[in-house]
Design a protein around this ligand. Structure first.
Ligand code: CAA
Length: 247
């Protein structure tokens, strides 16, 4: 295992992508923090990670709530130290045709997938600026780049993430802080497997590589963007979609 002194916070870490990211970042030598809302679920996840040889530190924090995130970041700083790398990975879907979409489904997706990016980034950015080092990695989606039937809420939030990335990247570049977006395509997670099979099969048929992506493939890209060697990369949007959307 390599070692470095950086502390990384991965939001939404208990999901498929988050778990792979924590596993890879721990192997890279980071100290890994994750937020949770459901303690029982997080405890079970932490134990499973430990059984797999991965140490993760879990902290109570609701990414949709600015005050809750503030308390969580303070606790992480008091326990582990300052957050050097933030991976805004928390995300949900509430798919449905826009003509039938409820306000509740709109708000749930915007607050979890986009407001969370403000809430978490805002609480760590000034520390990163002061320390002259930081990485913010926003996990967006191919469906923020191109749109997807049934995902007006999700596409809007995911496209919004990259708008945020571009502006914040400009504002903090001179302080050694980089801000980038990763836009995964269809990866073999519970979120994608929840799509009805007939729709999922139609989507896989559009992927030139001919399969869903692996969570470890996205985790590897996160690890690269977190590294010291990626310091000249900022404001970028990395597609990782098996060729499904090329432009
Ligand atoms: N393209 C065109 N037409 C479509 C369609 C599509 N993709 N999906 C449904 N339709 C049409 C149907 O053919 C049907 O048409 P008719 O009425 O003319 O027969 C009509 O829409 C059915 O409408 P409904 O509102 O009843 O549709 P539904 O409830 O069966 O399905 C949906 C709607 C749930 C949104 C479904 O289309 C779906 O699951 N689509 C996939 C959404 C998707 O890709 N989600 C990704 C989740 S994973 C993720 O988001 C991770 C990531 O970042 C990639």
């Amino acid at each position: 295992m390599e070692s470095n002194n950086h502390i990384v916070l991965v939001t939404g870490a208990t999901g498929g992508l988050g778990t792979a990211m924590c596993t890879k970042l721990f192997a890279d030598g980071y100290r890994v923090a994750a937020n949770y809302r459901n303690k029982e679920k997080a405890d079970a996840w932490q134990k499973k990670m430990k059984d797999d040889g991965v140490e993760v530190h879990i902290f109570d924090g609701d990414v949709t709530n600015y005050e809750s995130v503030g308390k969580m970041i303070a606790e992480i700083e008091a326990t582990l130290g300052p957050v050097d790398i933030l991976v805004n990975n928390a995300g949900i879907t509430r798919d449905g045709r826009f003509s039938k979409m409820s306000l509740e489904d709109w708000n749930a997706v915007i607050s979890t997938n986009l407001d969370s990016v403000f809430n978490c980034s805002r609480h760590v950015i000034n520390g990163m600026i002061d320390r002259k080092f930081g990485r913010i990695i926003n996990i967006s989606s191919v469906n923020g780049q191109r749109g997807q039937f049934g995902q007006a809420n999700y596409s809007a939030a995911k496209a919004g993430m990259h708008g945020f990335t571009k502006t914040l990247a400009m504002e903090v570049a001179k302080y050694g802080v980089t801000v980038n977006t990763i836009s995964p395509g269809y990866i073999g997670t519970d979120m994608v497997m929840a799509v009805e099979q007939k729709y999922r099969d139609a989507i896989v048929a559009q992927i030139p590589v001919g399969r869903l992506g692996g969570t470890h493939e996205v985790a590897h890209l996160v690890s690269f963007l977190a590294s010291d060697e990626a310091s000249f990369i900022t404001g970028a949007n990395y597609s990782i979609n098996g060729g499904q959307h090329v432009y």
